[in-house]
Every structure is written in structure tokens, then in C-alpha cells.
Design a protein around this ligand. Structure first.
Ligand SMILES: [Zn+2]
Length: 98
């Protein structure tokens, strides 16, 4: 299995319990009350596990799910401008309040 797109984006998900989840994925969507993060890869049929989409031109290029979290456990989702430090988000997401 190999990544097809550029390196995946880094995402931060501050969770309701105060923990921070940091993960790398090309995109996410909401399905059945859960965030689903996925990456575009080229994979053999045996390697294709949790497929969410297939490219029309090449059936070996597929979006596979790499993480799934109930939306109720997540406070916020943003692309991370900086790596976390000591398990905490140090990005400053855009805010109208500032
Ligand atoms: Zn962040």
C-alpha cells in the first residue's frame, strides 16, 4: 500500500475529555454520527480494508479510513499549523473573537 497524494495533512481533534488526538489524513467526512478520516492510497485487493471511495480511472486507487470517532467525543477539528507540544494543541485556529 502506498500513498498517492502529497503527504497527508496533520489534524488536531481536541476531545471532550481534554485529550488531544493528532493524526494525519487527506480528508475527513461525517458518516453515521462519526468523523471518518481517510487517505488516498494505491493498494492491492487484499490490502483494501475500509474503503470509502474508488477512483474511476484506476480501481487500485482507493480512499481508506484511518480513524473513526463519534462526533460527540470531539470538541473541534482543525488542520494543525504546528505539532502538538506535551500532548497539547499549540496552534491558534482562526477565531472571529480575536
Ligand atoms: Zn491544533
Amino acid at each position: 500500500m502506498e500513498l498517492v497524494a502529497a503527504p497527508p495533512a496533520r489534524w488536531h481533534l481536541p476531545l471532550q475529555d481534554g485529550a488531544l488526538l493528532e493524526l494525519w489524513a487527506d480528508e475527513y467526512g461525517v458518516e453515521h454520527g462519526a468523523y471518518e478520516f481517510s487517505v488516498l492510497v494505491r493498494a492491492t485487493e487484499q490490502e483494501q480494508a475500509e474503503i470509502v471511495a474508488r477512483t474511476p480511472a484506476d480501481p487500485r486507487r482507493v480512499m481508506v479510513v484511518v480513524a473513526r470517532l463519534p462526533t460527540g467525543s470531539v470538541q473541534d477539528v482543525h488542520t494543525a499549523s504546528k505539532p502538538s507540544r506535551d500532548g497539547a494543541c499549540v496552534c491558534r485556529p482562526f477565531s472571529w473573537a480575536e
